[in-house]
Every structure is written in C-alpha cells, then in structure tokens.
Design a protein around this ligand. Structure first.
Ligand code: AMP
Ligand code: MG
Length: 597
C-alpha cells in the first residue's frame, strides 16, 4: 500500500489524557460542519479497544476467521481489518478515508506521529508542555498563556479554535504542510515517534542498516579464542565420543547373557584403556566410567549392584536393561555433523567443545579496532593536575571497559579540546587507524559546535534526538568510511546509549549473528514513572523475594550524571514509550547488566 498522504488538510490534537480531547473534537464538529466542511476523524484507541460487540453477527464472523469484515447498512458501513502482526501505519490508515469526499481530517491521538497538531493544555493537570519537544505543534489551545511565538487560543473558546481550523483549511496547499519523511520514519504508526526525534527502535534500525560485518578472517588458537566470533561453520572432524564407552563404574556384560547367576571377571579396565579380546559368554569386565567397551559387550551394571566373590561376580538384585549405561560412539556429536554456525561468539563452553573435537585452531573474524576520545574543555585526564572548574574524564574509561568486554581493540586518543582544527585532525587520524570511531560529549543542542563542524567536513553525520532517558542526544554517521558514534556527555547516558545502539552495531560488525539482549519481566516493588513517548532506562536492582518472585526497585536518584547508579545497579529497568507509569506490583521489563558491561 502506498504511504503517501491524502492531498487534504490533516490536523491533530496533542494532549495528555484527561485534557478533554474527545469532548473538544465533539464540540468543534458542529461548528465546522456548519461552515460546510466535510470532516473525517481518525482516532487512535487503546490496543484492547474493539468497536464490535460480542453477539453481533460481524463479531461472530470476525471471531470465526474473517481477517477483513465489511459490515454495511443503508446508512453507513464499517470495515474492520485485523492487524494481528503489527499495528497499521498512520499513513496507511489515512488512505482508508474516501478523501475526495472530505475537506479535512482531524486526528485524535497519534501524539507521536509527525503531522500538524494543536496542543491542548490544562494547567490543572500539571503536565509539561508538548510544543517544546514537538515541532509538529502549530498552535496552542490552553487555559493559561505561555511565552511562545505559536498562535494561542483559549481551550474553552470553541469559536476561536474553529476559526483557526477554518483558516488552516483555507490556507492549505496540497502537501505544503507535510514535512517530507525519511524512508524509515515513514513507517511510523500511532505508537512510534515523530521524526523530530527518533525512538530507540528507529535509531537502532538505522544504525544496524548502516554497518556491515567485517570480512577479514584469521585462524587463531582455540586457547586464544574466548570472545571471538566464528567466521566459518564448524563440522565435527570426529565422533564424540570417539568410541563406545561406559557411562558408569561397573561391569560390562553381553546383552545375550543377562540371565546368568555368576560371571567370571576376566579383566579390569580403567579409562584410557581397553580389554582387547572379545567378551565371551559367562565373562564380565570390571570397567570404569569413560573406559572403552570390550567387543561384544554392550551393557554395564553398576558397581553398587554387584556381589563380588573373588573373580565371581553376580547381580542378584539388579534389573538389567540390555544396552544400559553405555555411551555410543558419535552419540553426542557425529562425525561430519554441524556443530557451530558462522557468527557464533566463542565463550567457555564453545572453547571446550572445539577442543573436544580435537581442534587446535579456529577461523574467526579479525578483531574490531575502535578509536575513542572524550571532548569538552572541562574534561581532564585523571592523573593530571586538577584545575578549578574541571571534572575528571569518566567516559573514556567506561568505554574502554565496555569495548574490552566486547573483545575490541581500543585505540585511546585521549581528550580533545573544543577546537575545530584539532578535532578534524583527530577524527581523520582515528578513521585512518580504526574500524569505528566513538566520542562522548558535545552532541547536545546547546553544545559548542566544534565537533559538529569538524564532523561535517569529514563525512556525513546525523544528529538525533532519541526519545529516551538517559541519552537523548546522539550522533551517528561516517567519518570517511568508518562508522562514527557521537555519544552524549553524561556518564550514565554514555553507558545506556552504548548498550542500546553501539553494542548491537559492534556485534554486527564483529560478525556475530542472532544476538539479542536479554530482557526479562520483574515485578516493580516501587512506583516507576516515565513520560509517554519516551523509553526510560532506570538503573535497577533485581532480586528474588521471599515468595520466589523476581522483583525490581531502582537504585534511587536517577540523574544521568550519577555514574555510581550504574555500578550499584544489576539491571536497567526499561519503561517503553507507551507507558508513563508502572504501579507497585505491576510487571516491568528489566535488562540484566551481567554479561553486558
Ligand atoms: P555535553 O553533552 O558535552 O554537554 O556533556 C554533558 C555533561 O556530561 C556535562 O556535564 C559534561 O561535563 C559531562 N561530560 C562530558 N564528557 C565527560 C566525560 N568524558 N567524563 C565525565 N563527564 C563528562
Ligand atoms: Mg561538552
């Protein structure tokens, strides 16, 4: 379906719930229709909302499997389309209107999608102004005034709001009010964010699309392979186990000889040895776990079940299953079978498994080299003479840790002063030496523009406002051909945005496939607040409570400069954009930090 918008004015109302959006639209409609306007209304409802009612035929037919249900009568029709996999996109929904029959589409909700809106605001709700963070707001209707150049109306003055809308419709020029959308933003739906800022998901999607895996491969010793990523699949060069062996300390016998009263022990075999004669009827071999089974023997009786009278062995109380307690050759891994895929990261178990196949070398992607530096005149290297009004550099060290953890080679370029020439030179140098360049600081709107100007001369960088906290400012692009990440300056924001954006990208560049961050649900033991439209990552501490329930609380103060909170935390608590409050006892997503930082 096309995503271009109908060529007719679209106007929305942005407000917190409780402001009275529906009532306002309801009151406005008669005014506007009296002026001859034909109006379509798009309303975004709660995800559980259903217009249909149990018992109605349409409901029954939908439940019976109709994925589209068009119900029509003399006076109206309604098309209900099931969108099980993903919510319908805003632009696709607009296409559903019979737009030649309309003069205006009013939208209620869809606060986070980009199109012109009037902000509705009531002082009594004590909610923040939306226009400050939303460039799509073209006017304000409120019960208090505010210092802005946007047109303002009283929220109770329906006449004035109607007049504003009529003027808006009169002055409408096809598509003039639609800021062109970048391709990935065009996928916005009512629960995603306006292009003025990006959601975490959108940011990550753009970044992942812009980085590719290394192609250089090297062969290294298995003993050196911890944390590296396999560049080729591994097929087993051997059977594991290589030979049939005993799974128990006991006695090896033949399955065609189970009924006998007494067996004659003809040998004792330790692991690493073998009884070389075929086992005859009436014989047994005392065998240790892991020792090769003698020819003809295929069953082991546990030592504890044996009665031993010198070399005469009996099992008076054992119920013996033919073939028991024997590990077959190739039972764990058969010769030639697939063991690992390319893109698998090698950790302890993989190292052991590779070694158990007799392998000494393994083919991996070369190590990723990452150049890092900090920016800011106030930032000073630890160990240097402390001067007034400066802070010690934390971010470079956090980054060294995070990158080391990911198995990267780090080139530490120190701290750059806010000076465009120096920065340009340093960025150039960094891109020559490294696969990736990461900086921290200097990317927020209010910052001196040195790094931005420097970057503009060297490549293409986008400065984003991510709808997340901490970590709103973020820059991403390329310095010459190298991916560049401009992290925020605040130390917690650095770590959180690294985890959300840089780590997945570096893992992809390292060649790792199928990596997913671990996210689990825990019960909130304190009330958590966020802002609608924003992903909130609080530092949390989870534990298993006395009822065996995984519960989580915050570390307390959540300032994005409080690095100590990252150290005290064992998880991030993620509050998704659609949620603004989590009550005590409700379930919330946590991202364990173990294995991540
Ligand atoms: P900026 O984004 O450059 O405005 O920085 C935001 C905040 O983070 C400021 O308070 C900076 O002083 C602080 N900051 C920037 N870089 C660092 C760093 N390397 N270590 C610790 N704090 C930093
Ligand atoms: Mg700065």
């Amino acid at each position: 379906m096309t995503t271009s918008r109908p060529s007719l004015p679209i106007l929305g109302f942005a407000a917190y719930s409780g402001t009275g959006k529906t009532t306002l639209v309801e009151t406005l409609l008669p005014y506007l229709t009296q002026q001859g306007l034909r109006i379509g209304v798009l309303k975004h409802a709660h995800h559980d909302f259903d217009v249909d009612v149990p018992g109605k035929d349409s409901y029954r037919l939908r439940k019976a499997g109709a994925s589209q249900m068009l119900v029509a009568s003399r006076k109206r029709y309604a098309l209900m389309t099931e969108t099980i996999d993903a919510e319908a996109k805003f632009d696709d929904l607009l296409q559903r209107f019979d737009s030649p029959q309309l003069d205006l589409i009013l939208v209620e909700g869809c606060k986070n999608v980009a199109f012109p809106k009037i902000e509705l605001h009531r002082a009594a709700l004590a909610k923040p102004w939306l226009y400050l963070n939303d460039h799509n707001i073209i006017a304000i209707a409120a019960d208090e005034t505010v210092d802005t150049s946007l047109p303002q109306m009283n929220i109770n003055d329906i006449e004035a709001i109607s007049q504003f809308i009529l003027r808006y419709v009169d002055h409408y020029q096809p598509h003039s009010d639609l800021k062109p959308q970048k391709p990935s933003i065009a996928k916005a739906n009512c629960d995603t964010l306006s292009p003025a800022s990006l959601s975490v998901e959108q940011g990550l999607e753009k970044i992942l699309a812009a980085v590719s895996s290394l192609s250089d491969v090297e062969s290294i010793a298995v003993s050196e392979s911890y944390g590296r990523v396999l560049a080729e699949p591994v097929f087993s060069p051997v059977n594991v186990p290589a030979y049939r062996n005993s799974a128990m300390d006991g006695y090896a016998i033949r399955n065609d000889d189970l009924q006998r009263d007494h067996y004659t022990q003809v040998a004792q075999v330790m692991a690493g040895y073998r009884y070389t004669s075929p086992l005859a009827l009436g014989e047994c071999v005392k065998i240790m776990t892991g020792a090769a089974m003698p020819d003809n023997a295929d069953t082991v009786v546990m030592r504890e079940q044996a009665v031993v009278e010198s070399s005469s062995i009996s099992f008076p109380h054992a119920s013996i299953q033919a073939g028991q307690h024997v590990r077959q050759a190739g039972e764990d891994i058969a010769l030639g079978s697939h063991v690992f895929s390319s893109g698998q990261r090698v950790q302890s178990a993989e190292m052991g498994l590779l070694a158990s196949l007799g392998m000494t070398e393994v083919s991996v992607f070369r190590r990723l080299t990452v150049a890092i530096f900090s920016t800011g005149d106030e930032v000073q290297a630890p160990g240097s003479q402390a001067t007034p009004d400066t802070i010690f550099d934390a971010n470079r060290f956090t980054l060294i840790g995070l990158l080391t953890h990911l198995g990267c080679r780090v080139i530490d370029l120190g701290i750059l002063d806010d000076d465009q020439t120096l920065m340009t030179h340093a960025l150039e140098q960094a891109a020559n030496q490294a696969d990736v360049v990461i900086t921290s600081g200097g990317v927020s709107v209010g910052d001196a523009d040195f790094i931005k100007s420097a970057l503009n001369t060297l490549g293409h960088i986008d400065f984003w406002r991510i709808n997340m906290r901490p970590g709103r400012p973020f820059a991403f692009g390329h310095v010459s051909t190298r991916p560049f990440f401009g992290l925020p300056g605040n130390p917690v924001a650095v770590m959180v945005s690294f985890m959300q954006f840089v780590e997945p990208a570096l893992r992809k560049m390292q060649g790792e496939t199928d990596w997913q961050p671990l996210k689990i649900k825990a019960i909130a033991s304190e009330e958590l607040r966020s802002r609608q439209g924003r992903s909130e990552f609080s530092r949390g501490i989870y534990h298993i409570d006395d009822n065996g329930q995984l519960t989580v609380r915050t570390t307390g103060q959540q300032g994005s400069g409080i690095l100590r909170s990252m150290s005290e935390a064992n998880c991030l608590i993620e509050i998704e954009p659609a949620v603004d409050k989590v009550n005590i006892g409700e379930s919330v997503t946590i991202i364990p930090l173990q294995g991540r930082i």
